[in-house]
Structure formats: structure tokens, C-alpha cells
Design a protein around this ligand. Structure first.
Ligand SMILES: *Cc1c(COP(=O)(O)O)cnc(C)c1O
Length: 354
């Protein structure tokens, strides 16, 4: 009954979403602050009669607002149902193995990339990170053949940022006929780190963004890509060959309200950064290993404790974090930055671990 394609799939494992809200939930990198007030206003005023009609297939107003925010043209933007969806169009549209070589991505990065490779039958090659978890762009340029490059920046789950200059260096030297995708899911927590302004200059660059992290809308499912219009046209071809209406009417309106209140989210991102720095210092002083984070989470370890042990210790005490079964990551946990109060509770709890 099952297709041979399906039998080969190895799906993404999403973080736990407990029904019980009594947990301090620091396991899926959600934002601790609510969406802006306008989002609530849009929801309250929404007329269900509208739902009789299909939504705008191109999310035109939202697309225009995103273009304005990033000072590009609407033709440079495509909106999707969460950034996972635009990533799936990207894999479908630009990467294909045959004679073109493997898709390159870091050994440790967003695990969905590997899942999409299995979904679309794309060969890939994982490139090791340096010992401090940083990406060395030289390793990518030295590969004999490749059909493209993708990584998240800051990277996940390591939290480490690759500098803009290093990405520019990579773009200058890499094959102009192969696509380079930078998944900037967490870039708003690394002020000045984005390369979204470079899509005009580098016609093979695709930048992916999500509303789920810095914009407090994980529950709404909105994402987008910014790139040269030829690449965006290709992504439309992929989208319209699968689902013409991925973004519903409510999501389009809410996305618009959120983009028009960018300053509110910038303010919240600064608060999260401040909390992150304070929490990092505290953990470091308690003997934890804390790589410098550019994201709204930390990736940390403590000598003698496995990631799973830390996870279970905290879960018993009503705090959820995430650990990984992957080789090389077993000693680490990923901790989302919550409110100051949440992080204070976590610190107190971790004082008792051993
Ligand atoms: C959270 C995350 C996404 C997915 O975001 P959605 O828009 O919620 O689908 C994409 N890439 C990375 C690296 C992420 O951490």
C-alpha cells in the first residue's frame, strides 16, 4: 500500500508541545512576549463571512509590506505557510543531484534540511563544524562539485553566528549558477548580521525568514523568502504546482499588522538579547560551557552531565528544554531564552543539578 518514496522518508521530529501549560516552556524557541496589540485588534475585528472566499494566492498586501520593510521590490518576495514551507519550495526548485553534485550543509544545522533532501531525493554532503561550532566557509569552497549551499544563520541548534563578511566572501567565490540559501530564522537576535540587503547584488542568494521567532507568531504559520525575481518566479512555480493558497486570510491580515509594527518586535528582540547575555554570564559563572549565542536560545553543556540527563532533571521540575540524540551533540541542551523571571527560575533550578 505504501509508496517506495514514503518508505524512505525520515521525518522531522518537532519539539514537544505539552497540553499542560504549567511548564516553563524553553524547548522550541518561541518568543516569550505576545504579538503586538494590532494583531489582537485584527483578530477581534475579523469577519468570518470573509472565509467564504479563497484568500489572495499571492498575499499581495503582505508581500508589499515585507518588500517595503527590506527595501526590495514585491517581485523579490514570496510568502509561505511557515518558513518550513518556503524551504520545501527552495529544495524542490533549486537543488537536484544528478550530475550537479551534492547539496552542502553543516553537520549540525536545522534538521529539516536533511528531511527535505530525503523527501525530494537530493544527495547531500554534511560539512563538519569547527570545534567551537563555527562554520568555515573555506570547507564549502573546497568541495569539488556541489548543487548548492544551505545553512541557518545564526546556526541551529548551535546558536553561533557566521559574520556577514564571511558570507560575502563565500558569495564572491562560490559558483554564481548555484543557489546559496541563508535561513535567517534567528537573525533579529543578531543585530547587523543579516545579508538580506545583498539579494540585489548576488542573484544566487536566497534569504529565508520566519514570523515564528522574533515576531511571536509561531502559532500563525508565516514565513517568506527574499531573492532575485527570477528565483522568486521559480519558487512560485513550485508553490503553484502544489497549493495555490497556502496562506489563509487571517494569516495574511495578521502578518500585515505585525510587519507594520516592526519597531515593537525590535524592542522585544533587544529585551531577549539582554536576558540572553545576563543568563549566559550567569551560566558561565556556574561552570557551564556556553558558546556565544546570536539567537534567542543557548546551546550549553556542563562537564559530567549528558543532555538527556539535564533535560530529564529539568522536566521533573516543570521546565522543558531540548536535547539531541545526535553524535557530537549528546552533551548539550538547547535552552530558549524566556522572560527574565523564567530564566531566574531556571538558574535557581540548575543550582541543584549534579
Ligand atoms: C524555527 C525554524 C524554522 C521554521 O520556522 P517556521 O516558520 O515556524 O516554519 C526554520 N529554520 C530554522 C533554522 C528554525 O529554527
Amino acid at each position: 500500500m505504501l509508496s517506495s518514496r514514503l518508505k524512505k522518508l525520515n521525518p522531522y521530529i518537532a519539539g514537544e508541545q505539552p497540553r499542560n501549560l504549567d511548564f516553563i516552556k524553553l524547548n522550541t524557541n518561541e518568543n516569550p512576549y505576545p504579538p503586538c496589540e494590532n494583531v489582537q485588534t485584527v483578530l477581534s475585528k475579523f469577519d468570518s463571512a470573509e472565509l467564504r472566499l479563497y484568500p489572495d494566492p499571492n498575499s499581495t498586501q503582505l508581500r508589499e509590506a515585507i518588500a517595503l520593510k527590506h527595501q526590495v521590490k514585491p517581485e523579490n518576495v514570496i510568502v509561505s505557510n511557515g518558513s518550513d514551507e518556503v524551504l520545501s519550495w527552495i529544495f524542490y526548485a533549486f537543488f537536484d543531484s544528478d550530475e550537479n553534485g551534492h547539496l552542502l550543509f553543516p553537520e549540525h544545522t536545522y534538521s529539516f534540511y536533511e528531511v527535505y533532501c530525503s523527501y525530494y531525493g537530493i544527495d547531500y554532503k554534511k560539512i563538519s563544524l569547527k570545534e567551537d561550532f563555527s562554520i568555515d566557509t573555506k570547507d564549502y569552497l573546497e568541495q569539488e562539485k556541489s548543487c548548492g549551499i544551505i545553512f541557518s544563520n545564526p546556526n541551529a541548534p548551535t546558536s553561533v553566528l557566521l559574520s556577514r563578511d564571511k558570507i560575502i566572501g563565500l558569495l564572491k567565490k562560490y559558483d554564481k549558477n548555484r543557489v546559496v540559501v541563508i535561513d535567517e530564522a534567528y537573525i533579529d537576535f543578531s543585530i547587523g548580521g543579516s545579508v538580506i540587503d545583498l539579494v540585489g547584488k548576488h542573484k544566487n542568494l536566497v534569504v529565508v525568514r520566519t514570523f515564528s521567532k522574533s515576531m511571536s507568531l509561531a502559532g500563525m504559520r508565516l514565513g517568506y523568502a527574499v531573492a532575485h525575481s527570477d528565483l522568486i518566479d521559480a519558487l512560485y512555480c513550485a508553490k503553484d504546482s502544489f497549493n495555490s493558497y497556502p496562506v489563509d486570510r487571517i494569516a495574511q491580515k495578521i502578518g500585515l499588522a505585525a510587519v507594520e509594527n516592526s519597531s515593537y518586535y525590535e524592542f522585544n528582540a533587544k529585551k531577549v538579547i539582554e536576558t540572553r547575555e545576563r543568563f549566559s554570564e550567569k551560566l558561565t559563572s556556574m561552570g557551564w560551557i556556553v558558546p556565544k549565542s546570536g539567537a534567542n536560545f543557548l546551546f550549553v553543556s556542563k562537564k559530567g552531565l549528558s543532555g538527556q540527563y539535564i533535560y530529564e532533571f529539568l522536566k521533573k521540575r516543570a521546565i522543558l528544554v531540548r536535547y539531541f540524540h545526535k553524535k557530537g551533540l549528546e552533551d548539550f541542551v538547547r535552552i530558549t531564552i524566556g522572560t527574565d523571571a523564567a530564566m531566574d527560575t531556571l538558574i535557581k533550578t540548575l543550582e541543584g543539578i549534579g
